[in-house]
Design a protein around this ligand. Structure first.
Ligand code: NAG
Ligand code: NAG
Length: 353
C-alpha cells in the first residue's frame, strides 16, 4: 500500500510512529506576507506577486551566502533552522463583484499534538527515504549548503501542476481525495496544499537560471514515496523537502455557490490551480541539518541533537515590512496586479528615496 499524505484524523498514526525512524517534520509560523521573492526574483522590491513566508529573520529582497550567520531568530520549531520557505498567497475573488480578499493560512497542524501554538505558516518535512522507513545506509543524504535555493512548480503553468503539487478539500476533519485542481466544492476545514521538492542535486550549482535545473525531480506521485536513485547528471541525494499549508477558506463559504459560480479561489498572481509553486532558501546553522539527517532518532519533532523552541517563542520572530502596501480587506486588484499608479510604481519610488 502506498503511504498517503497523512491525515491527523486517522488512527493510522499509531502504526506509523513505531516504524518511522528518519526525517524531520515541524511547524513554522508565518514570518511575513509580502511581495518579496529572493529566489525567483532576487532584488525585486517589490516582487510581482504576494507570498506567505516562514522561517528566519534574514529574509530580504536579496539573499546571498550564509543566511544562518545573519539571522537571529526563526518562526520554525527547530531553532537551528533559519531557512526561509514560501508559497504564493491564496485569494478569494468574489463572484458577485470581482473584488479580492486574502485567504489566511490556518495554524499548521503537523501530526501529533496539534499546532502547538503555531500561527498560520507551513509544515516542513525533510525526509531521507519516505515516511515509513529509515533508509540511512542505502540512501545517505547530504545537507544543502549555504547559498543554496530552489523552486518547484511555476506561476506560468496553466495546464496542470506536475506530480507532487496537489490540493485536498478538508471536510469533516478529513483531507480527502488528492487533486491537481482547486477543490470544486466548499471545504469546511479549508484547502490543503502540498509541495514536494526534487531531491537530486547536480553537486555544483547553488542556483540555476530557472531556479530548478540544478535539481532533478524524481517525484512521480502525490505521496511521500521512497526516493529512487539519482541520475548521473544530478548524483547527490539531498533531503526530500515538502511543504504543507492549510488555507482557511471557511470564512468565504457563504459568499459563493458551487452550483452556479465558477471557482472563486485564485493564487496571488491571478493564477489558477496549475500555477501552484513554492520556494526554498537553505539556512540551517552549521551542520545541524546534516546531523539530523544522519540520525535515525530524528523524526516528527523528536530529535535529541536538534534544538527546538516553543512556538510561543518562534511566534515572536518578525521581519520589517519592506514593501508597505495594504494587503488586507477587500481589494479591487491583487497586490501588484493593478494599474501602476495604484500599486507597484508607487512602492518602488518610495524605496528609491
Ligand atoms: C536587506 O537588504 C538590504 C540590501 O542588501 C540591506 O541594506 C538591508 O540592511 C537588509 N535589511 C534587513 C532588515 O536585513
Ligand atoms: C464585494 O463583496 C464583498 C462580499 O460580499 C463585500 O464585503 C465587499 O464590500 C464588496 N465590494 C464591493 C466593492 O462592492
Amino acid at each position: 500500500m502506498k503511504m498517503k499524505t497523512l491525515n491527523p484524523a486517522l488512527g493510522l498514526m499509531a502504526t506509523l510512529i513505531a516504524t518511522v525512524d528518519a526525517g524531520l517534520r515541524f511547524p513554522c509560523s508565518t514570518l511575513t506576507v509580502q511581495r518579496l521573492d529572493p529566489a525567483a526574483q532576487p532584488g525585486a522590491l517589490p516582487s510581482s506577486h504576494l507570498h506567505m513566508i516562514v522561517g528566519g529573520n534574514a529574509f530580504n529582497a536579496t539573499m546571498e551566502g550564509d543566511v544562518a550567520s545573519r539571522a537571529t531568530c526563526t518562526t520554525c520549531q527547530m531553532s537551528e533552522d533559519f531557512s526561509n520557505y514560501w508559497v504564493a498567497n491564496l485569494f478569494f475573488k468574489d463572484p458577485k463583484n470581482g473584488t479580492y480578499h486574502r485567504v489566511m493560512p490556518a495554524p499548521v497542524q503537523p501530526l501529533l499534538g496539534g499546532s502547538n501554538g503555531a500561527q498560520g505558516g507551513l509544515t516542513i518535512y525533510y525526509t531521507q527515504n519516505d515516511l515509513s522507513k529509515d533508509n540511512l545506509k542505502q540512501n545517505p543524504v547530504k545537507s544543502f549548503v549555504p547559498g543554496f535555493r530552489m523552486t518547484v512548480g511555476s506561476p506560468l503553468e496553466t495546464n496542470k501542476p506536475h506530480a507532487g503539487l496537489s490540493y485536498q478539500c478538508i471536510t469533516n476533519g478529513n483531507r480527502g481525495t488528492i487533486t491537481s485542481t482547486f477543490p470544486t466544492g466548499k471545504c469546511d476545514g479549508g484547502i490543503f496544499t502540498t509541495h514536494h521538492f526534487p531531491p537530486c542535486w547536480d553537486g555544483k550549482n547553488l542556483d540555476s537560471p530557472d531556479h530548478q535545473s540544478h535539481m532533478y525531480n524524481t517525484v512521480r506521485s502525490e505521496y511521500f514515496d521512497p526516493a529512487p536513485a539519482c541520475p548521473s547528471s544530478h548524483p547527490v541525494r539531498m533531503p526530500q523537502v515538502t511543504f504543507e499549508v492549510t488555507w482557511d477558506t471557511k470564512p468565504f463559504n457563504n459568499l459563493w455557490n458551487p452550483s452556479t459560480d465558477k471557482n472563486p479561489f485564485v493564487w496571488s498572481f491571478e493564477g489558477s490551480s496549475a500555477g501552484t509553486h513554492a520556494d526554498y532558501m537553505f539556512g540551517w546553522k552549521g551542520d545541524a541539518l546534516q546531523r539530523a539527517m544522519d540520525k535515525s532518532e530524528c523524526f516528527y519533532d523528536g530529535c535529541g541533537s536538534i534544538k527546538k523552541q516553543a512556538m510561543s517563542v518562534a511566534n515572536q520572530c518578525t521581519v520589517k515590512d519592506f514593501v508597505r502596501e495594504n494587503i488586507d480587506g477587500w481589494q479591487k486588484f491583487l497586490p501588484g496586479m493593478g494599474d501602476a499608479a495604484h500599486t507597484g510604481m508607487k512602492v518602488k519610488k518610495e524605496f528609491k528615496a
